[in-house]
Design a protein around this ligand. Structure first.
Ligand code: PEP
Ligand code: MG
Length: 586
């Protein structure tokens, strides 16, 4: 029995979440389901095979009935013609031999469960579609997945959603959760916004959304279940709101806001080649954070002084094997070449918490953020680390490149890391392979322990970069990916501010360059505060650079310092917020 198809409801409602990436999108919802990603694989006893095949046939029949019901419904509604075409494509896929017949053979031959058989066949078909040169045909791989999702859901006894997506509309992706790997995958798709039930503002998923320059709202809890396919959404990434089926007045108001934002962005472009200097003459370095070498185009476009953080681990998601030295070398060199002589800071792999690679850092851990993550994992996997260091060093022969090491917490880790770098250099030297002998090696300040014992880091490293995302997580004991505590994740907690100010001041005093590359660096509300702490180097998503530059150009260090000192003297959150608001109003 298939579930009855409910009529599309047009009830307007507002959902409140966490603002993860700024901007406004007006778009149709596209629901992302992970049903096909989660299927179990189990053996079926020989005598159960006919029943398993029947179960599969019943699921196909249920989906066929859903399609028929949809078809009928559309006749009664003034649905655009392309919806009908979409449905036809889905119907064809459902009746295709790969989906309708091959899984049955697989169940019989391999004695496996139906969900597993149909998703394996789906993967084969998707692979074939992805080989097509014609972009239209390539895009049909997505339809194959959507159809199989329905079949899997029918097998699991879950109701399906309605795929009434108009390909001409802007599309907002609505998911219960997106892994950083999913999010980076979506980088190639032209989504207008991301909306998720879980995640925090500095989860890596949110960071990817920000790097795409599209609005995102996370931690909505019930978005995936309350929003329906193709419903109209206003995603207000500035205020963390999603308005579902807005009425005409609200829509008109947001269209005006969207136009005003577009105009403002346009105006900011005048600052691309302006040097970021404060009113009292302090020069500020404004760098960019990237995830993939292709992102350097955005860095150049927005006039970045360099790449302050290349999250190298994103390069190699969506693959089953480890990247070779040559592959990595090509990727790092592409980034260096693309930056046209501006410095590029490559962070060594930060894998093991929410960013995983098959076979590495996949060990089950109760507390992955406190486990074998980042430099800890690299030091435990010498082959992985040496391969990466050799690749980075080789790329250093082609431009200004620096190595940044994530999550250092102990002197021992610093020592071990530096000895790995020396070993990689010695190997290359022995093989007569070119590299920059003076390549700078820096450390990320992300663990409170490193701030409190910064002396050792300053003595042994060439530069520092504060990862505020993790520093906040580890200072406040708030999992940055957990929506249940997302509201407690507070960059303005006095303990966080004191640690950041202390790290900057200690490094400045010692003459060790220090930057902030966590999300706080791109937060307009915090620019003056950070300037007041003594920060002169910010690294953020390229799309944020011009807004921050405009703020720098209208700021006076003297005012910022006076306010920052007052803020550091209080532990009262209300006073801190009020003082920041006053500073920003100057
Ligand atoms: C940080 O922790 O602030 C940081 C920049 O690193 P990531 O967000 O990749 O953990
Ligand atoms: Mg970090």
């Amino acid at each position: 029995m298939n579930a009855p198809v409910e009529p599309l409801h047009k009830i307007s409602f507002v959902m409140h979440g966490v603002a993860a990436a700024p901007g406004i999108a007006i778009a149709r919802a596209q629901l992302v389901s992970h049903a096909t990603l989660e299927v179990a694989h189990y053996d079926v006893a020989p005598e159960q095979v006919p029943a398993e095949i029947e179960r599969f046939e019943n699921a196909l029949e249920a989906v066929r009935a859903e399609f028929e019901a949809l078809h009928e419904r559309m006749k009664g509604e003034d649905a655009p013609a392309e919806f009908g075409a979409f449905l036809d494509v889905h119907w064809m896929i459902l009746t295709d031999i790969h989906i309708a017949q091959d899984p049955k053979l697989m169940i019989a031959e391999q004695r496996c469960n139906a969900e597993w058989a149909v998703t394996q066949k789906m993967n084969e078909l998707v692979e074939q579609f992805e080989q097509f040169e014609d972009p239209y045909l390539r895009e049909r791989a997505g339809d194959v997945v959507q159809v199989v999702e329905r079949v899997v859901k029918a097998l699991m006894g879950k109701p399906s959603e309605l795929p009434l997506l108009n390909p001409r509309h802007a599309t907002a992706l609505v998911a219960h959760d997106l892994s950083p790997a999913d999010a980076i995958h979506f980088k190639e798709s032209a989504f207008a916004a991301f909306v998720t039930d879980v995640g925090g503002a500095t989860s890596h998923t949110a960071i990817v959304a920000r790097s795409l320059g599209i609005p995102a709202v996370v931690a909505l809890h019930n978005a995936r279940s309350l929003i329906r396919e193709a419903e109209q959404l206003i995603v207000d990434g500035d205020n963390g709101l999603v308005i579902v089926n807005p009425d005409h007045h609200v829509l008109a108001e947001y269209q005006l806001k969207q136009d005003a934002q577009r105009l403002e962005k346009q105006k900011l472009r005048r600052l691309i080649s302006t040097r970021a200097v404060t009113l009292d003459g302090a020069a500020i370095d404004l760098n960019a954070n990237i995830e993939l070498p292709g992102d350097v185009a955005g860095c150049i476009e927005y006039g970045a002084d360099g790449v302050g953080l290349f999250r190298s681990e994103f390069l190699f998601m969506h693959r089953d094997d480890l990247p070779s030295e040559d592959e990595q070398f090509e990727a790092y060199r592409a980034a260096v070449d693309g930056m046209q002589g501006r410095p590029v800071t490559i962070r060594t792999f930060d894998l093991g918490a929410d960013k995983r690679m098959p076979g590495l850092g996949d060990r089950p851990s109760e507390n992955p953020a406190l486990g074998l993550r980042a430099i800890r994992l690299c030091l435990a996997e010498p082959k992985l680390f040496m391969t990466q260091l050799r690749a980075i060093l080789r790329a250093s022969a082609y431009g200004r490149l620096r190595i940044l090491v994530p999550m250092l917490a102990t002197a021992h880790e610093v020592r071990q890391t530096l000895s790995f770098v020396e070993r990689a250099k010695a190997e290359l030297k022995a093989q007569a392979i070119a590299f920059d002998h003076d390549v700078a090696v820096g450390g990320m300040v992300e663990v409170p322990a490193s701030v409190l014992a910064l002396g050792y880091f300053i003595e042994h490293l060439d530069f520092l970069s504060i990862g505020t995302n993790d520093l906040i997580q580890y200072t406040l004991a708030i999992d940055r990916t957990d929506d249940a505590v997302a509201h407690m994740y507070d960059p303005l907690h006095p303990a966080v501010l004191k640690l950041i100010a202390q790290a900057i001041r200690t490094a400045n005093k010692a003459g060790t360059p220090i930057a902030v590359c966590g999300e706080m660096a791109g937060e307009l509300r915090l620019t003056r505060l950070l300037l007041g702490f003594g920060l002169r180097n910010f690294s953020m998503h390229p799309a944020q650079l011009l807004t921050i530059k405009q703020r720098v150009l209208t700021s006076s260090i003297a005012d910022c310092e006076a306010a920052a000192n007052r803020i550091l003297r209080t532990d009262d959150p209300d006073k801190i917020s009020a003082a920041i608001a006053r500073l920003n109003a100057l």
